[in-house]
Design a protein around this ligand. Structure first.
Ligand code: ZN
Length: 557
């Protein structure tokens, strides 16, 4: 097919794509959007103890909000890590094809270091459905990827505060790749990012380009998401390449593409895949991987999540499997998605007794989305408001409505866990959350009335309302070292207080509100995740040995 014809075909495809996009109103996560019954509402246990209680019974406290503020620049602490020592110049790579070897990694503190991709304006993603004769794609698969594509668009609109419009085009056909899918199956080693070349991954990208290049005009495409039928294993984890770190690429007639992500069983087997795409696209755009993978085994992460992955469960860049899939305000501010006017910078020395009203970070363009309290040249305390969000978040028994407080350490670089949650309870104890293949999240949510202490500050969730939170920041007469590494206890938190719940309560909750998801989790196709340390679930409350504790422990305490 000649170039001209290709363009005509591309135009026809574009029309199809536009038609597809008109269905964008469909909510992304069908399970998560399922309305809760009143009984389920009770189990959720928000700070407002009784679902009958209205805002009238929990009125906003009459306080004067603080007008104190410091120069925003004084809160933009400069990274001084082993990846980016202080003073490392920033290069503008925007528009270049690839920057392998030039770009050292995503930043963990200021200044932001853009990759070749724009962080504002528009970004074009194309999802290529790729099948084989012996593994054909189905209409169900098509609907699945369509739904995930629309949620991915919504996620980026939310996370970038509307500043980056991500369009995911899906070519309305399956491309049939040559040969058998068995020839292309990837082991985790085949798909890994380190090493100069990954021949099997390259062969897969080549086969996709061979099958699609005649019909698809890649000229304006920034990111390619190859998508496979879900009825058999093509990949276990998900092969991906970044413009700054690639060992395979798509060499199309219109040029090479280095930003690629295909989801594997580790995501497909458990429901949706959009948050895998979101995490990898985050890196492509310049947002750091948060978990300190260098500290070693996944086992270590499970036992010591606060040290190894200090925001585990609260940021999609820390853990795609966490119940909450958003982007913390620190990342948003660093990337320029939050304006200085939406962040209140304060010097800790300014604090006496101050009240602030914070808007949940998932609200686009809210007037105030974060407090950034500067302690010294290399450390901040960030306070932000969160709400469980049916569009993106998984059902969870523990409250995720309220505020979170975390430190940001500019002496640590990307993938070194430079952000660490502070808990109103004991952050070194694990909160039992039924993730896809592990159960460890941090206990970081402040419900109404909860307080944390860090450095010489006391931070209180004075009021958690429907739409905003009131936060009090005051001075403590004692000092808590914000850089201390507490010894992780690796035990489950057993507190059940209407805000958080003890071990296994999240499982029992899911049995009520989302049994389908649990069935999926129990029916693992790949033994790989068992090898990786996945712990089989008790079949039910009755077989867990906790049947005598009854529902009381998971209702309002
Ligand atoms: Zn990552």
């Amino acid at each position: 097919m000649g170039v001209a014809l290709k363009k005509i075909v591309a135009l026809a495809l574009f029309c199809l794509l536009v038609a597809g996009c008109s269905q964008a109103a469909e909510p992304g996560n069908l399970d998560a959007t399922k309305p809760l019954s009143q009984e389920q509402e009770e189990v959720v246990g928000n700070a407002e103890d009784d679902p009958e209680v209205t805002d009238d019974a929990n009125p906003r406290p009459k306080v004067d909000f603080s007008s104190k503020a410091a120069d925003p620049e004084s809160c933009k602490i400069m990274e001084n890590s082993n990846i980016y020592p202080a003073g490392t110049p920033v290069f503008d790579y925007t528009g270049r094809d690839e920057i392998k070897g030039d770009y050292k990694g995503n930043p963990a503190a200021f200044p932001f270091r853009p990759t070749v991709l724009p962080t504002s304006g528009e970004l074009l993603v194309i999802l290529l459905k790729s099948e084989w004769a012996d593994l054909p794609g189905t209409d169900d698969d098509s609907e699945y990827y369509e739904r995930n594509a629309r949620t991915l668009e919504d996620f980026w609109s939310m996370a970038t505060e509307g500043k980056l419009k991500v369009t995911v085009e899906i070519v309305d056909r399956w491309f049939t790749l040559a040969g058998s899918y068995l020839d292309f199956q990837l082991t985790p080693e085949d798909e890994a990012q380190r090493a100069d070349t990954r021949p099997k991954k390259q062969a897969l990208w080549d086969a996709i380009v061979d099958a699609s290049d005649e019909l698809v005009d890649f000229t304006k495409v920034d990111v390619v998401l190859p998508a496979f039928p879900r009825s058999a294993t093509v990949s276990r984890e998900g092969p991906h390449d970044f413009n700054f770190d690639w060992n395979a690429a798509m060499y199309t007639e219109e040029g090479a593409i280095y930003d690629i992500a295909a989801a594997g069983d580790g995501f497909i087997n458990f429901g949706d895949v959009w948050f895998y795409y979101a995490h990898e696209m985050g890196h492509m755009l310049g947002i750091q991987h948060m978990g300190a993978d260098y500290l070693g085994a996944i086992e270590a992460e499970y036992r010591a999540p606060w040290i190894v992955n200090g925001m585990a469960g609260f940021d999609v860049m820390g853990n795609q499997d966490g119940a909450i899939k958003t982007l913390s305000s620190w990342h948003r501010w660093l990337a320029g998605w939050l304006d200085d006017s939406q962040v209140r910078c304060l010097q800790s020395t300014q604090i006496e007794e101050e009240y602030f009203e914070l808007f949940p970070i998932n609200e686009i363009g809210a007037p105030l989305e974060a407090l950034v309290i500067n302690l010294d040249e290399t450390m901040n305390v960030v306070v932000e408001s969160r709400r469980w969000d049916a569009r993106f978040d998984r059902n969870i028994v523990h409250s995720r409505d309220g505020i979170i407080v975390y430190t940001v350490d500019a002496m640590l670089g990307p993938a070194q866990s430079n952000m660490k949650l502070i808990s109103p309870r004991d952050i070194t104890k694990i909160l039992d959350v039924q993730g896809k293949f592990h159960r460890e999240e941090l206990d970081g949510n402040l419900c109404q009335g909860d307080t944390v202490r860090i450095a010489d500050l006391v931070i209180e969730a004075t009021w958690v309302g429907d739409a905003t939170d009131v936060v009090k920041v005051s001075r403590s007469d004692s000092w808590i070292d914000p850089r201390q590494d507490m010894l992780a206890k690796g035990e489950f938190n057993q507190i059940s207080n209407g805000c958080v719940y003890g071990e296994l309560e999240d499982l029992f909750y899911l049995e009520k509100v989302d049994p389908e998801w649990l069935d999926t989790k129990r029916g693992l196709r790949s033994s790989y995740w068992s090898e990786m340390g996945y712990i089989p679930l008790p079949e039910s409350r009755a077989s867990s040995g906790k049947e005598n504790e009854s529902d009381e422990s998971s209702s309002q305490g």
